[in-house]
Design a protein around this ligand. Sequence first.
Ligand code: FES
Length: 179
Amino acid sequence: MLSEKAKEAIRVQMKRYPVSRSALGHALYIAQEECGGWVPGEAVKDIAEVMGMDPADVQSMMSFYVMYNKAPTGKYLIEVCHNISCALLGAKLLFDVLERKCHLHPGETSEDGLFTLKGVECSAACGGAPAVQINGLFYENCTPQQLEALIEQCRAEGAPKENLYNAAYTPERTPKDGA
Ligand code: FES
């Protein structure tokens, strides 16, 4: 499942910590990128083998954190924060835009496979509420009009140029070049 390149990238991360299992978060990001945006069970097993861990421990971390996707996603992962600051400042209007323009509710992927919508808890961007992330890129103080324009931009592009959510952990980047 995971390529030798990805496994080596995990080993590089392991060396950065006094306790190598502390690199598990990085390992999951590497696997997620390699597997096209989610972490399948086979990748969990590979991570466990590389890191000398129990697969159940890898699985429990993967399932706990929302940033690791448990199923395939669309090309554009749209995350709309619905926690208190964003809720008070218009998150519902953003969900309405996604329902109207893409027929999407949280947890769904559009039929054309272009978009997946996640409703997320606080994205740590409360000062810019309501906050949206598309493939990890933040759009703060997002208005319905801005979100509509972003959706149209994604449709025009057809595929993301970069997945910033994972890019810091790509196997091509190692600590020596700033990851
Ligand atoms: S409540 Fe939405 S970013 Fe914090």
